[in-house]
Design a protein around this ligand. Structure first.
Ligand code: MEV
Length: 308
């Protein structure tokens, strides 16, 4: 039996603009994770069990473009494993689906690593990442690659599409509260809707993405220098631009407002938007009060995480 695990992720700055070549910052969230166990099976076939998404199926019965089927086919093809072995694959995850925490990418990364361990193939983080990016394209259409990158490397990442990976670390640790609207929202839809707006008026949206770029660059500098006090204002500015992109929602806006009112120095939606999660930056001693305010404003759960 082999086992592998992968963390969730949260985007601090720059989502959506990152699809258009601007930088974004994201960090792993180890409080949630996807776990995969691979065992040889006495029964013929490759049986996939993923109770969180109600999936109990043999590989051949899954559509060929199903992300899990694609991971398995791509893996066996890449390593010349034929005929297909008989396996049981158990997938579990504490990462809510379609919530901006990278559930799809985390399952892929954990599955690839568990298969790699099972078949004794050694894969670098870079190979796992490249593999996961191909699968992200099935989930999202035109992904930037930030989700698979931060999850495959499990490090804070300053990400620019098609550029070598750049990590960052905080000059002074800071606390983030992540709050879930409980509304699942597929990234593919918000990314697709924004693409339609961009196609209709590229000049306007490129300017908006430029403004996000300035924010992401400033945020990286401030995080690295430990100038945490000014990050909240940058989050507020980034949220306003995401609202303009039409990817926020009334539920996200309500949580963002509640966080600001209850003492967070700034807050924004995170990830694809329209639902899913938001983040707030807080002093550690305020975290409990802000978490309480978020719950009163409708958050289904909150996670406190430290960026170190
Ligand atoms: C999704 O976590 C982040 C987006 O920027 C999409 C992407 O980068 O592929 C919305």
């Amino acid at each position: 039996m082999t086992h592998a695990s992968a963390p969730g992720k949260i985007i601090l700055f720059g989502e959506h603009a990152v699809v258009y070549g601007r930088p974004a910052l994201a960090v792993p969230v180890t409080q949630v994770h996807a776990d995969v166990e691979v065992t040889d099976s006495p029964r013929a076939g490759i049986w996939v069990h993923a109770p969180e998404v109600n999936l109990h199926a043999e590989l051949a019965s899954l559509p060929s473009d199903h992300p899990l089927a694609s991971v398995l086919h791509n893996f066996f093809f890449a390593f010349g494993i034929s005929p297909f072995p008989s396996l049981n694959i158990a997938i579990s995850s504490t990462i809510p689906v379609a919530s901006g925490l990278g559930s799809g990418a985390a399952v892929t990364v954990a599955l690839v690593r568990a298969l790699s361990a099972h078949f004794d193939t050694s894969m670098t983080d870079e190979q796992v990442n490249a593999f996961a990016y191909e699968i992200e394209k099935l989930h999202h259409g035109t992904p930037s690659g930030i989700d698979n990158t931060v999850i495959a490397y499990a490090r804070p990442v300053y990400f620019i599409k098609d550029r070598p990976i750049e990590t960052f670390s905080a000059g002074r640790p800071f606390t983030l509260l992540i709050a879930d609207t409980g509304i699942p929202a597929p990234t593919k839809e918000s990314v697709g809707d924004l693409r339609k707006l961009w196609q209709a008026d590229q000049t306007r949206w490129e300017k908006v993405f430029d403004q996000v770029e300035v924010i992401s660059k400033q945020a990286k500098e401030k995080i690295e220098r430990g100038q945490i006090d000014s990050l909240g204002e940058l989050m507020n500015q980034n949220h306003a631009l995401l609202q303009e992109m039409t990817v926020s929602s009334p539920e996200l806006d309500r949580l963002v407002e509640a966080a600001r009112r209850s003492g967070a120095s700034g807050a924004k939606m995170s990830g694809g938007g329209r639902g899913g999660n938001m983040i707030a930056i807080v002093e550690q001693e305020q975290a409990a009060a802000v978490a309480e305010a978020l719950k009163s404003a409708g958050a289904k759960r909150t996670i406190a995480t430290t960026v170190a």
